[in-house]
Design a protein around this ligand. Sequence first.
Ligand code: AHR
Length: 506
Amino acid sequence: MSLFVTTTASITVDRNAVVAPINRRIFGSFVEHLGRCVYDGIYEPGHPTANEDGFRLDVVDLVKELGSTTIRYPGGNFVSGFKWEDSVGPRDQRPVRRDLAWHSLETNQVGVDEFARWCKLTGSELMMAVNLGTRGIEAALDLLEYSNHPSGTALSDQRIANGSPEPHNIRMWCLGNEMDGPWQTGYRTAEDYGTLAARTAQAMKAADKDLELVACGSSGSAMPTFGDWERTVLEKSYEHVDYISAHAYYQERGGDLGTFLASSLDMQYFIETVVSTADHVKNKLRSSKTIKISFDEWNIWYLDEHQASDEVNDEWRIAPRQLEDVYSVADAVVLGNLMITLLKNHDRVASASLAQLVNVIAPIMTEPGGAAWRQTTFFPFSVTSRLAQGDVLRPRIDVGTYETAKFGAAPLVDAVATADSESGASAVFLVNRSLTESIEVTIHVGDLGASSIQEAVTLHDEDVYAKNTIDDQERVGLKQLEGATLEEGTLTVTLPPVSWSALSLA
Ligand code: AHR
């Protein structure tokens, strides 16, 4: 139950309050061999839009429209049992394996080379994870040689023979996945993992000193080892790695929409804790280097429900329907707010991946032989990726609060701004977390030198639980944010309750 203290807010955008220039990697995504993300998702050879590799081009178009940049691959929990060698070479000779992480069969029909080609098709950058669950340094080095070495070595020549003459030139590598989680195949203590991550990173950088390496941080801020895990892992690996990862999933629990709408407060706490821990290690080690965060899994996920709804049973199946959450307007508003939080912390969160991309807790859904469509969460992601250009600016927000069960008082409005000196374009992204009240927001943008509103859109619906489904694929979409005005440096907008909005100015 929320208590409202105000229905107006004031925001001031200062052109000098720069958080960081935008690194497009903040708009990354994630493709895991899980459920129907790859098979019957991005890949479906029999589909009318499929290309010669079997990739659906209708999905490629939606991925481009979504504006996702780096794509983390091939997992997730899946990577901790992955033998990359199974996934290359003639397709008819690739083995079928059991994937223990998701209790399904992996046919290996899509592997390293095909996925690199798919990334090119979508204009995205491949971010690769290595298996530090069942494997280790040697397999990581082999995959690196296969992927990145130009030619003249056993594995680079194998790649060339397999039809990829050019190296994939993968710059960013994850050293395992969620190694703090007891569910992870081969999970470890922080001491063991930190040592392994350091040795793997040192070896990989001996091959290419410019690689960007991500050590596993915590799987969530509620993990019992949160904080201590990061400290220990970084104490062991600090000089060898560049990023520490963070993963966070949110969901509405027990009908408490007010708390759910304030989920980004947890993400903020998560980021601040990791930053202070990483900086503590930096100081302790007298290092001159600053570790950044790769927030390489974040999203809304109805985790409590997935066991019940998934096609999981004792059979080993290929691409069962798993984690196919259907998202509501409220979910999309929270997702838009999480993006605002990532941007506001972009000085330290250098890279992020929405988990995941297609069918599995995803903004894009597909049916075999049929349509591909946008979930509600597609909209805030695609608009933010398109409009956020130049520098991220941290605005000053004066607004009342409402009471939440989990976070106590939470601000009713959250916002971030961006400005691009080259094009002169700027943008403001806002959420109204109030369950019932429209909020009139006065935004002082005089500093941006803007004279017109180019675009003003909102994601809002009378029914906060409205969704796009297979039967009603366009039930929810962006609407015009009516009544927005810009006069003499003052932008005035009225944000509907439970809404995410974006305005671009010129
Ligand atoms: O994104 C789904 C799963 O969530 C990933 O495989 C894992 O890393 C996380 O627990």
